[in-house]
Ligand binder design. Structure first.
Ligand SMILES: Nc1nc2c(ncn2[C@@H]2O[C@H](COP(=O)(O)OP(=O)(O)OP(=O)(O)O)[C@@H](O)[C@H]2O)c(=O)[nH]1
Length: 405
């Protein structure tokens, strides 16, 4: 009897602009993977690997890559090494998910996976997560996003809880136009059916409009782009700069990340003043905050995406160092000034902040009726759509949150 060819492990790329909900979706899938063993490559744009910390502990095997976008930070052979680690038979992984940074070029990742010499893996498709509340503004700033949607095999219209029926209809029509024939799944908190992700049915090869891009397609696309740019095409991707791929600057060329770490606790009022006045270019903030305020000594995960701001309290692990770790990602931001402003938010004296100093923070915490973080990872993936905590009139000395925040 001829030996059976080993089953190939699908490698799925999970992409989407900054803060669209990739980690939330991945956590949802990991919590519901059943017997499917998932390996993950998690790529953080900043050098503090917040996403990796959030996913760790849930995934069966993980490789984390910080400080840059996968599309430029590694080449095919390096990515191959990471995939090799996850695909080794001893790990018994069924599917590998690459969570790209919110600024990565998915096409470059696909190209690298298709060029992989590892015969235990096979490209499994691109899932593009779209932030329903931010998509229109993001497209206006970055028309390149259209290209990402166009090459997707599955589009998740996430944060559907943040938009109305009319906007939802209009977004679905736009997405259908950008990626004809591609399934679009509206979701809140990335709660899609795991079957959709792990067990995707092969596309109908006869249907040109909806079929998955092949390596030849990508080579051809690259050749066309290179020819248009007056250069030579090559099969191997060796990205050496923002303009190198022939289709305009990579998204991350316009962004920088600023990291902030403090062992001293943060003063809640000063931190809220910083967050409420954050510059428009500072699109994304994520991380964990340590407040040493009586009754509020939990670990507070914080997320800002555009105008959106939320805190998610959870318990510190017994052996976890209580410290603040933040990554701020923006365009045209003054990194030194941001670091200085954050340093000024630290508690300096021996006196402790009063419990009522937390009110400004607690306004951005999900209400007590919410099931909260289902996996205990960092409060990043509430199991239900969320409202802000109910606020009694006159409860707070500070003004109400601004619209959208
Ligand atoms: N209202 C609402 N918030 C969501 C939804 N999905 C995710 N979020 C919140 O959006 C914020 C960002 O989510 P993440 O999953 O960290 O986004 P991401 O795409 O991994 O972010 P980057 O890796 O920085 O690009 C968090 O506060 C999430 O709780 C959703 O469907 N609705």
């Amino acid at each position: 009897m001829a030996p059976q060819a080993p089953r190939q492990i699908p490698v799925i790329v999970l992409a989407g602009f900054l803060g669209s909900g990739k980690t939330t979706l991945l956590n949802h899938l990991l919590g519901r993977s059943g017997g499917t063993r998932v390996g993950a490559v998690v790529n953080d744009f900043g050098s503090i690997e917040i996403d990796a910390m959030t996913v760790a502990g849930q995934v069966d095997s993980m490789v984390s890559l910080g400080n840059g976008c996968l599309c430029c930070a590694v080449d095919t052979s390096e990515l191959d090494e990471y995939l090799e680690r996850l695909a080794r038979p001893a790990a018994r992984i069924d599917v590998i998910v690459i969570e790209a940074s919110g600024l990565a070029e998915p096409q470059e990742l696909i190209r690298m996976i298709l060029a992989s010499e590892n015969d235990r893996i096979v490209y499994g498709g691109l899932t593009e997560v779209v932030d329903a509340a931010e998509f229109a503004a993001t497209r206006a700033r970055h028309p390149e996003i259209d290209r990402h949607v166009a090459v997707a095999d599955l589009v998740v219209l996430n944060k559907a809880d943040r938009i109305g029926a009319e906007e939802r209809r209009s977004l679905l029509a736009t997405l259908a136009e950008l990626s004809p024939g591609t399934p679009v799944v509206p979701a809140a908190y990335g709660r899609i059916d795991p079957e959709l992700f792990f067990d995707r049915k092969p596309r109908d090869e006869a249907d040109e409009a909806v079929r998955q891009l092949s390596f030849e397609d990508l080579i051809r696309a690259e050749a066309d782009a290179q020819a248009a740019a007056g250069g030579e095409a090559s099969g191997e991707h060796a990205c050496d700069g923002p303009e190198c791929c022939g289709h305009g600057p990579h998204l991350h060329a316009a962004y920088e990340s600023v990291e902030f770490v403090s062992d001293a606790p943060m003063n809640p009022r000063r931190l809220m003043a910083f967050l409420d006045s954050r510059p428009a270019g500072l699109y994304r903030i994520k991380g964990f905050v340590h407040f040493d305020v009586p009754e509020n000594r939990q670990k507070f995960a914080v997320h800002a995406v555009g105008d959106f701001l939320r805190f998610y309290p959870s318990a510190w692990q017994p052996d976890e160092e209580r410290r603040t770790q933040l990554v701020l990602i923006g365009s045209g931001v003054d990194a030194a000034a941001l670091r200085e402003e954050l340093a000024d938010c630290r508690e300096t004296g021996p006196e402790r902040a009063e419990p009522d100093s937390m009110w400004g923070v607690l306004r951005y915490v999900l209400s007590g009726d919410e099931p909260g973080d289902p996996d205990g990872s960092a409060g990043l993936a509430p199991a239900e759509p969320a409202d802000l905590a109910p606020v009694e009139p006159g409860d707070f000395a500070d003004p109400e949150p601004q619209a959208g925040r």
